[in-house]
Design a protein around this ligand. Structure first.
Ligand code: ATP
Length: 359
């Protein structure tokens, strides 16, 4: 049985549809990330799960129980927002103890739970500090602790790390994952940061313009994007996409790179599918899955970015611009011509009209 089941969920604000018919089943104990660009409907979905917004239509089930009309306080969910909501006049200990105390837990029990959660979130040394003397990073940790201490069966986090600094964010990614493993909670985590989703989530629900684009494990959405949106959004940089059409003579694809470029032949399964479609396609390959070769896409180098040991080479321009990522300095300079060959097994092809993957 699913912990959370969204069925035909729709949310309209006046004439504007923020969420279009969302269907999603989140398993018990699963870490599900809702990932997408700003305005795609992630928070709207989350707010409906929490009970802060009413769906326009559709259902939300927790287990088999329909949540319609069940107020936020009765849903048994913990919620952490982007802006930590903690009591600044209280100490860290008082903040953590607040929830259990309100529930009337005995003092010994409260002390034990505060001790355990403080330990897990590295707050032990700060327990007697006043919250108004803490950094933003630590405040968010306290906010997470304050919610986690209630041991909610469902834990909802909406961009909890977006205000903390980059180094701390990396630490918190690990801690949040450990927290979830320990409590085996069902976690729904809203983020626009694919790194957070890729590193923490069991599965990712990728959203765009109020539409669920794909649900899958981090590797599934990376390796087999359902459409060009997911292909471009997942990965840093995203998947390269070049327009092309089936070649007359062989199983390859003709790509419009001027006189220079014809791609290597497509893998068999894709060649058959592309020929069956016959229309224009988008030829996709990951920037990190290419080699320099004497056969492949011959393109001018337009820019070279060196990020530590990693090199991102920009090739071509306009519609035929692509990027190639290498683990070392490949010695290419602006103005040179490079020939890059995508690894055959990593090539993906999309219908140019619908944007959907051809498999
Ligand atoms: P962000 O990360 O920017 O919050 P999001 O993916 O969480 O993005 P939502 O906050 O769910 O997006 O908003 C989805 C769309 O619905 C946006 O276009 C937003 O402007 C609109 N929206 C959200 N709440 C309301 C509201 N109360 N009234 C009108 N429009 C709203």
């Amino acid at each position: 049985m699913s912990a959370i089941h969204l069925q035909n969920l729709v949310k309209k604000f006046g004439d504007f549809t923020a969420l279009k018919t969302m269907d999603l089943a989140i398993a018990d104990g699963e870490f599900m990330a809702l990932l997408g660009p700003s305005g795609c409907g992630k928070s709207t979905t989350m707010n409906m799960i929490a009970g802060m917004e009413e769906p326009t239509s559709g259902k939300i089930l927790f287990g088999e129980r329909d949540m319609e009309g069940v107020p936020m306080g009765r849903r048994g969910v913990g919620f952490v927002f982007q802006n930590y909501a903690i009591f600044t006049h209280m100490s860290v200990r008082q903040n953590l103890a607040y929830g259990p105390k309100m529930r009337g837990a005995p003092k010994a029990e409260i002390d034990r739970r505060v001790g355990a959660i403080a330990e897990m979130l590295q707050l032990t040394a700060l327990l007697d500090r006043k919250a108004d003397r803490l950094s933003v990073n630590i405040l968010q940790r306290v906010a997470i602790g304050r919610s986690a201490i209630m041991e909610p069966a469902i834990f909802l986090l909406d961009e909890p790390l977006s205000n903390v600094d980059a180094a701390f964010r990396a630490v918190m990614r690990t801690e949040l994952k450990q927290l979830q493993r320990q409590f085996r909670q069902t976690m729904v985590y809203v983020t626009h940061d694919q790194l957070e989703a890729m590193t923490m989530a069991d599965r990712i629900a990728v959203m765009d313009h109020g539409v669920l684009q794909q649900v899958g494990t981090p590797l599934e959405v990376y390796n087999n994007p359902a459409n060009v949106f997911v292909a471009g959004f997942i990965g840093a940089p995203g998947m390269n996409l070049l327009r092309g059409r089936p070649a007359e003579s062989d199983r390859g694809l003709v790509i419009d790179l001027g006189p220079l470029g014809v791609t290597p032949p497509l893998p068999d399964n894709l060649a058959v599918a592309v020929r069956a479609g016959r229309g224009d396609v988008l030829y996709g390959f990951r920037p990190e899955q290419v080699i320099l070769s004497d056969r492949g896409l011959s393109m001018p180098v337009t820019f070279v970015e060196r990020i530590g040991a990693r090199t991102i080479v920009h090739l071509g321009q306009g519609e035929s611009a692509v990027k190639a990522v290498f683990d070392n300095d490949v010695g290419l300079a602006i103005g040179q011509t490079a020939v890059v060959a995508p690894a055959q097994a990593s090539v993906r092809v999309f219908d140019a009209g619908t944007g959907c993957a051809i498999r």
